[in-house]
Ligand binder design. Structure first.
Ligand SMILES: Nc1ncnc2c1ncn2[C@@H]1O[C@H](COP(=O)(O)OP(=O)(O)OP(=O)(O)O)[C@@H](O)[C@H]1O
Ligand SMILES: [Mg+2]
Length: 420
């Protein structure tokens, strides 16, 4: 639906961010209906009704959308015309409460224009990270992936948990862990679980946010990240999208990037401060784009391949995403068997799709249809596992650029899967 109005698109984004906000969803449904997208409006109204079955506005809208008796609408006064409306832009219905809509989407949709006060400095001051207090997610919450857990325990957690060991081995225990693998397979989730295991705060830093176009600002941002982490120790610093600092020679000519990498090296080496209690984890989908200097001993010197979820993990993920949905004797075993290669995100998508179809059916027939095995299998058939493309490109690197055996794990996996 490329010709959708920007307002509808924004509202869709907002609704996706706060799925249980009924008034917001009803605004969207109303706009869809007025734009002639009756089916989509029915879908949104149906979701709204599951959240608030008795809501009179939702019911009236559903009735209108399915062509039932139209609830009486009080005529709003004509807004004063200040400018001829542009013909190509879908107008909201007369009487649309812009203020209320803006307030509702305010949290979810970034402002389209900056206020006059937002100078470069004000923007640069906004931290590119957020710190979560020590959480409750543990490795036990990560379904399956026993190999990954064992390696984490031996190579990272055991020494990190034990301050005596750390003191004894000193610098040789410095350095962090680089998680890599196809998108949506649990790198961020595992990083959170590691923080949980260490009883540490979790600081997630998106490196593309740290990079700043203002000269000198990126280094300051990197320094600020580590300063904040040291103040919160014990703290896991999770550097997501590490490849944004790319090693691609052409890109590192951009001096801002070079300086940011250098600053990160300084921080990792602890030259500027004491890194005791600061655990550095990083993640990337493209480890071969990561600056080699960052991977030297004492820095991000250990790598961990996070593969698509195995059977036990898929079962855990499916269970998680179906936990609060109306399901009817779902055969998880069958689903697990047909979803080899699906990422965690793909599996979430399968559950969403099956749930949507069941809702639409329920709205159409007027009787509640639960989510069942057949519906889920149907959703699986519609969705192509998103990890295939990643393996296709990773395969070449693993075969031809496996310097120092960095990608041995990946090669072994490809062999096991007969993709080599
Ligand atoms: N083993 C697992 N057990 C339970 N849930 C999992 C597991 N692996 C992944 N998930 C779920 O899958 C979803 C995607 O995982 P996550 O966001 O951690 O992936 P990612 O590798 O960081 O992806 P990206 O590369 O896009 O950043 C999460 O919602 C997570 O809860
Ligand atoms: Mg992630």
């Amino acid at each position: 639906m490329s010709d959708e109005s920007p307002l509808i698109r924004s509202l869709r984004t907002a609704v996706a961010a706060v799925p249980d906000d009924v008034p917001l969803r009803l605004h969207l449904a109303e706009l869809l209906l007025d734009a002639g997208q009756g089916d989509a409006a029915v879908g949104e109204a149906a979701v709204a009704l599951t959240h608030a079955p008795g809501d009179p506005q939702a019911r009236a809208l559903m009735a209108r959308a399915v062509g039932g008796p139209v609830a009486p609408v009080t005529q709003a006064p004509e807004p004063p015309v200040t400018q001829a409306p542009e013909p190509s832009v879908t107008q909201p219905p007369a009487g649309f409460d812009w203020r209320a809509a803006e307030q509702e989407v305010g949290d979810a949709v970034p402002p389209r224009f900056a206020a006059t006060g937002d100078t470069a400095e004000a923007v640069a001051d906004a931290p590119a990270y957020d710190i979560e207090a020590p959480g409750r997610i543990r490795l036990a919450d990560v379904g399956g992936m026993q190999e990954v857990k064992d390696r984490l325990e031996a190579a990272f957690l055991a020494p990190m948990r034990n301050p005596e060991l750390r003191r004894l081995f000193g610098k040789s225990l410095r350095g962090g862990l680089l998680l890599y693998g196809p998108p949506g397979c649990g790198k961020t989730f595992i990083a959170r679980a590691i923080a949980g295991e260490l009883g540490a705060s979790f600081m997630s830093v998106s490196l593309s946010d740290v990079l700043d176009m203002y000269v000198g600002q990126s280094e300051k941002n990197v320094h600020e990240v580590f300063r904040a982490a040291r103040a919160k120790a014990p703290c896991v610093v999770f550097l997501d999208e590490l490849d944004a600092l790319g090693a691609k020679r052409s890109r590192s000519h951009h001096s801002g990037l070079r300086n940011a990498v250098n600053q990160l090296l300084v921080e990792l080496d602890g030259a500027d401060g004491d890194n005791e209690g600061v655990f550095v984890l990083a993640a990337t989908n493209v480890p071969w784009d990561v600056d080699l200097a960052l991977r030297r001993p004492g820095r991000l010197d250990r790598t961990l391949l996070v593969l698509p979820p195995d059977e036990a993990a898929r079962e855990a993920i499916l269970r998680y995403h179906l936990r609060e949905r109306p399901i009817d004797s779902v055969d998880l075993g069958r689903l697990v068997n047909v979803t080899d290669g699906f990422s965690g995100a793909d599996l979430a998508h399968v559950c969403d799709t099956a749930s949507e179809t069941a809702l639409m059916d329920s709205a159409r027939t007027g009787t509640v249809r639960m989510i069942n095995t057949k519906g889920l299998l149907g959703a699986v058939r519609q969705i192509k596992p998103s990890t295939e493309a990643w393996f296709a490109s990773a395969r070449n690197v693993a075969m031809f650029a496996n310097d120092g055996g960095t990608y041995d794990d990946l090669l072994a996996h490809l062999k096991r899967k007969r993709k080599l």
